[in-house]
Each structure stands twice: as C-alpha cells, then as structure tokens.
Design a protein around this ligand. Structure first.
Ligand code: SAM
Ligand code: DTB
Ligand code: SF4
Length: 364
C-alpha cells in the first residue's frame, strides 16, 4: 500500500473516498507517517502580483473581468514591492512565496522579464519561489527555471468532464500541456483543484485520477474549498462540508503518498478541529497570510497559535529538493521566442457563466 502507483482507477479512488471515516483516516495517517514528518507543515505565502481583469471565464474566479465582483484590480507589482512582501512573509515563518497573476497565459515581453527578476530576487532570499501565471510554453518554463523558480502552480481544478461546466475559454488539455512543459525543466509541479463547485464525488475522483496518473506525480497538490464570491457564477454554492474536505485530503494523501497536500482556499470557514483533522489525514502545507489572492485567509498569528496548540512546526525551505541556482538575465541561455501558441478556446456555452456576464453588463 505504500508504493507510489500511477495507475489508479476512478472506481478504486471512489472506494477509498467512501470508506468508513475512521478507516479512511487511519489509512491516510499511516501512509502520511511513512513518507513525511507528521508534525511538520509547509507554510507558503500567496502574493497577487497582477490582480483582476482576466479574460478567462472560470466560473469560480473573482478576477475574471466579465463578472461583477468587488475586487481591487492592480497592474503588475514592482520587483521592490515584491521583495518587501517576501521579506515580510519570511519573517513570519513562510518558506515559500507563490506569485499569482490573473493572466490566461504568459506573453514574452517586459512584464514577463519583470516576473523573471522577481523570481531571481526571491530565490536569493533563500525562499522557495512558486509562480502561477496561467498557461506557459516550454521556452517560458525554461526561462523561469533558469531564474531560479522552485515550483509552478497550474491546477486541473476538477475532472475533465466537470471542467467543461465551469470554464469555456480553455480546455483541460491546455492545462495538461502546461504541466508537461513545466515537467521538461527542473521546476517542481504544483497542481490540484477546487471542491464545492457543484461537482459530483465522481468528479473529485476523476480529478485525482488525472493527477495521480501523471508520472511523476505533482510534488504539491493544493486542495481548495470554493470561496463563493458574489458576482461570480458560483456565488450561490453552499460551503463545502468539513467531512468532504477531510475525505478529499485523505484520499489525495493515499493516492499520492509523497506529495505535499496543501490545505488551500477555504480555511476561514474551517474550525481548528476541522483543520487538525485535515492535518491528521495527511495535509502538510497551508497558505498563510491574511489574504489569499483577493479573498480573506486566517491571520498569521492565529495560524501560529494553531501550530503551537497542535505541536506543528513550519517546514524549512529546500528540504525536499535543493535550492535552484539563479542565472542572471544577461547570462541567460534562452531567448524570448515571442511564440503565439494556439491554446484551445472551446467557447461552448455555460448558461450560468453567460447569466453572470449579462448581470455584470447590466450593472455597469
Ligand atoms: N490565472 C492563473 C490560472 O488560472 O492558472 C493563476 C491564478 S488562478 C487564481 C489560480 C487558482 O486559484 C485556480 O486554478 C483555482 O484553483 C484557484 N481559485 C481561484 N478562485 C478561487 C475561488 N473562488 N475559490 C477557490 N479557489 C479559487
Ligand atoms: C491554489 O490552488 N490556490 C491559490 C493558489 N493556488 C494560487 C489561490 C486561491 C485563490 C482563492 C480566491 C482568491 O483569493 O481570489
Ligand atoms: Fe483568470 Fe486564473 Fe481567475 Fe481563471 S482562475 S479567471 S485564468 S485568474
């Protein structure tokens, strides 16, 4: 049971997810202990380096320009601003900074050059650097790797079937292709998803099949509970139950024993007891800081109190993999190719996305 398998089937995963809870928890905790120190939890800080105005129609996302949400948009932050925030995160116990941009995909040019400089700057602070910038080509992944990127986050978000119910502006295969482009470099892969979007248990299992059958499996898997934001098509979704969250975490741990399972969005709705159960079930990473990208997250001091209460210690950086070297811009081996890749745009109709778009138009 402790071998990493890449041939999990949906039926097997459903069988695990639906086990009696005490058995599920016991199995997950047993596997967790074989591969990880159960008292160590990675602490990662999110930084929204470019906020809002995104052309995509992801039904969950407050940053999609077409919906009417109350967020404050921002152009790309400066390298100095990012450095200051990274230092703050480091002093409050974070070992990783994850920079998010509300982009469909990366375009070569001054803005991407600026992001590369942010990566170099944070890597030199001896912190793990992660980026989530949308779809990227192999050349862009190589340039990020050369700058010293440690991880790239690109979520599958749901099963391939349910993905079509939530997003119409890109396809599942685009997500897989970006993950594959990252895999061609020495950057680690961070890929997970969201529960509570109205998907069935089968979709949760389907997403875990897609992730666990990647070879190698992603080094990190974030499990987000949907934050239902007013103005998005998913604004009326009921909060996901803690039991579903625990089952999802435990199942993820069992099918991906070596990965860091991250308790991501949705922690403000969870009690300490609920989070403790998730850590017991194999979660060993959190996003810290009072903000995720645009929505609230628990206060850092409260999280540190929780760590103390549970006897958890923040993980040091570069425990799982050596710090990458940073190559300066002038010594780069890679040219910007200015490619215009043909990412898909299925453009099928998702009624609730259309409705939210019309509602936003009427309000403007
Ligand atoms: N634009 C890039 C992309 O989509 O890959 C990077 C940023 S995007 C905000 C990163 C991830 O945030 C999404 O894949 C999704 O999993 C998560 N996310 C966005 N809105 C969310 C919400 N309301 N609740 C939970 N997770 C959310
Ligand atoms: C991930 O899986 N969750 C994070 C990070 N990767 C980029 C983002 C959560 C965003 C929640 C909604 C918001 O704050 O805008
Ligand atoms: Fe854009 Fe990413 Fe939000 Fe989708 S999830 S709308 S791609 S920022």
């Amino acid at each position: 049971m402790n071998e990493t398998r890449h041939n999990w089937t949906k039926e097997e995963i459903l069988g695990i997810y639906n086990k009696p809870l005490m058995e599920l928890l016991y199995d997950a905790a047993t596997i967790h202990r074989k591969h990880h120190d159960p008292n160590t939890v990675q602490v990662s800080t999110l930084l929204s380096i470019k906020t809002g105005g995104c052309p995509e129609d992801c039904g969950y996302c407050p940053q999609a320009a077409r919906y009417h949400t109350n967020i404050e948009g921002n152009d790309l932050m400066s390298v100095q601003q990012v450095k200051a925030q990274a230092l703050r995160a480091k002093s409050s116990g974070s070992s990783r900074v994850c920079m998010g941009a509300a982009w469909r995909n990366v375009k070569d040019g001054v803005e991407f050059d600026q992001v590369l400089e942010m990566v170099r700057t944070i890597n030199k602070l001896e912190m793990e650097v992660c980026c989530t910038l949308g779809m990227i080509t192999e050349n862009q992944a190589q340039r990020l790797a050369e700058a010293g990127l440690y991880a790239y986050n690109h979520n599958l978000d749901s099963s391939e079937e349910y993905y079509k119910e939530v997003i119409s502006t890109r396809g599942y295969e685009d997500r897989l292709e970006t993950i594959d482009n990252v895999r061609k470099t020495n950057v680690t892969v961070c890929s997970g998803g969201i529960i509570g979007m109205g998907e069935k248990t089968e979709d949760r299992a389907g997403m875990l099949v897609a992730l666990s059958t990647l070879n190698p499996q992603p080094e990190s898997v974030p499990i987000n509970a949907l934050v239902a934001v007013e103005g998005t098509p998913l604004e009326d979704q009921k909060p996901v139950s803690i039991w579903d969250m625990v089952r999802m975490v435990a199942t993820t741990r069992i099918v991906m024993p070596e990965t860091q399972v991250r308790l991501s969005a949705g922690r403000t709705e969870m009690t300490r007891e609920g989070q403790a159960m998730c850590f017991f079930a194999g979660a060993n990473s959190i996003f810290a800081g009072d903000k995720l990208l645009t929505t609230p997250n628990p206060d850092v001091n409260e999280d540190m109190e929780m760590f103390k209460l549970l006897g958890l210690n923040p993980q040091k950086p570069f425990i799982k993999k050596m710090q990458p070297e940073t190559v300066e811009a002038q010594d780069s081996q890679y040219q910007a190719l200015g490619e215009k890749p043909k990412w898909t745009r299925p453009e099928h109709k998702i009624e609730r996305n259309e409705d939210a778009k019309q509602k936003a138009k009427a309000l403007k």
